[in-house]
Design a protein around this ligand. Structure first.
Ligand SMILES: Nc1ncnc2c1ncn2[C@@H]1O[C@H](COP(=O)(O)OP(=O)(O)O)[C@@H](O)[C@H]1O
Ligand SMILES: CC(=O)OP(=O)(O)O
Ligand SMILES: [Mg+2]
Length: 414
């Protein structure tokens, strides 16, 4: 019987699952298929599926409203695909690897058992759009796939190398330690993939790579990578800090919430037994960002529109990104191999890339316009102008491969 591994990535607006087959000790598993259910914050929800030459693109789905629904749909889709001969039965699935955004102080992948599950559950309030949903999928796996082993890897782990002065918030340190209030940073699974892929592209050892990386998806962040390690990330205690996103405000003056509503500290109506969300957290995580400014969370539409609110949303993202690029350029002392764009917006948004790089021209970044509008279809593609001081790259990040590698690295037997 084939040993099938599912890599499950519950993002804030999508669920992406890659299917792999274990081919034996010491050899990397082979990828059989990739499936994505996207648009959970901007219906219609759409299915994309790829297995060899078999492709489904943007098929509209009804009745799917959560990451949990999406996962169950994906599981049925995979087992019912006659062309996926190695996965005809749920018992074929031996391992389910999960992207969990907040891993607290976990440095490496963890097998899910009673203790690890509850540790992650306790962290749910610190990643309200993510952990609760990833844990719901883990519970679904335990129920629907009793024969498979669940292993989790974390978006926060890559940032464990951030210096203390970056990690520490200037607040009462006794309270900070007791309540684990510090900057954790997120999108680390993607930044680990980007760092490794860019090192290969530049033909440099990974511990010699300095980049400013931008993961711009429904959640957006920037990361400063020095000698292959994260030294700063714009997200913080939770994924709310830093850049704005589809439904998130990004960094604002923290006292704004008390002026926005006097109910800021009360539990929101969408709180559940699993998710304790204050009114302020709900406003800043779910009712802000592009959605609040433009009514849509689709940044492709926002970029193409000449509506003034869309243009404002576009300009806000550009402004916040270039602010962090400048800050990280200084943190890296100008020794920057490349500025790297990744994530749905980073990979597809040529207009945004053009504007960001134009504003960063004073630092030595310049685009080749033709390459930017028609980038090479490769994992990493250069879009920088010939002769510019620093290169600009697009990286097609693959979080599912990245956390699968991290799981394999801890030598869980496959
Ligand atoms: N052509 C495009 N230009 C700019 N943004 C785009 C384009 N196509 C898709 N996007 C945006 O990419 C984002 C989704 O990114 P992705 O990284 O896949 O999401 P998630 O954070 O859920 O993993 C959405 O905001 C979507 O609108
Ligand atoms: C951490 C985070 O914000 O993830 P996503 O962009 O997938 O929502
Ligand atoms: Mg994502």
């Amino acid at each position: 019987m084939a040993k099938i591994i599912l890599s499950i990535n519950a993002g804030s607006s999508s669920v992406k699952v890659s299917v792999y087959k274990a081919v034996g000790e010491g050899r990397p598993p082979t990828q059989l298929a990739e499936v994505q259910v996207a648009g959970l914050t901007a219906p219609p929800v759409k299915l994309t599926y790829e297995r060899g030459s078999e492709k489904i693109k943007d098929k509209e789905l009804d009745g799917i409203t959560s990451q949990d629904d999406a996962f169950k749909y994906i599981l049925d889709h995979l087992t019912q695909d006659k062309g996926l001969a190695d996965l005809q039965n749920r018992n074929d699935i031996a391992f389910t690897c999960h992207r969990v955004v907040h891993g607290g102080s976990y440095p490496t992948a963890q097998v899910i058992n009673h203790d690890t599950y509850h540790y992650l559950e306790d962290l749910s309030d610190l990643a309200p759009l993510h952990n609760v949903r990833a844990l719901a999928i883990i519970r679904a796996c335990v129920k629907e796939l009793p024969g498979s082993k669940n292993i989790a890897y974390f978006d926060s782990s890559f940032h464990n190398t951030m210096p203390e002065c970056v990690r520490t918030y200037p607040i009462d340190q006794e309270i900070a330690k007791r309540n684990q209030l510090r900057k954790y940073g997120f999108h680390g699974i993607s930044y680990a993939f980007i760092t490794r892929a860019v090192a290969e592209f530049l033909k440099k050892p990974q511990d010699n790579v300095n980049i400013i990386a931008l993961h711009l998806g429904s959640g957006a962040s920037a990361c400063a990578v020095l000698k292959g390690k994260s030294v700063d990330n714009t997200m913080g205690l939770t994924p709310l800090a830093g850049l704005p996103g589809a439904t998130r405000s990004g960094s604002i003056d923290p006292s704004l919430v008390f002026h926005y509503t006097s109910d800021a500290g009360k539990l929101s109506q969408s709180s559940t037994k699993e998710m304790h969300l204050s009114t302020a957290e709900e406003i800043l995580n779910l009712k802000s960002g592009w959605k609040a400014l433009t009514g849509t969370t689709d940044f492709g539409k926002i970029s193409a529109s000449d509506d003034p609110q869309c243009q404002l949303a576009f300009d806000i993202l550009v402004d916040r990104i270039v602010g962090f690029v400048g800050s990280y350029y200084v943190k890296l002392e100008g020794k920057v191999d490349a500025l790297v764009f990744a994530g749905g917006i980073g990979e597809k948004g040529d207009k945004l890339r053009a504007k960001v790089v134009e504003k960063c021209q004073c630092l030595g970044f310049k685009l080749d316009e033709q390459k930017n509008s028609k980038p090479e279809d490769a994992v990493v593609a250069s879009i920088g102008a010939k002769g510019s001081k620093h290169d600009t790259l697009i990286c097609h990040t693959d979080e599912q491969v990245s956390f699968l590698r991290s799981v394999l690295a801890v030598r869980t037997r496959l």
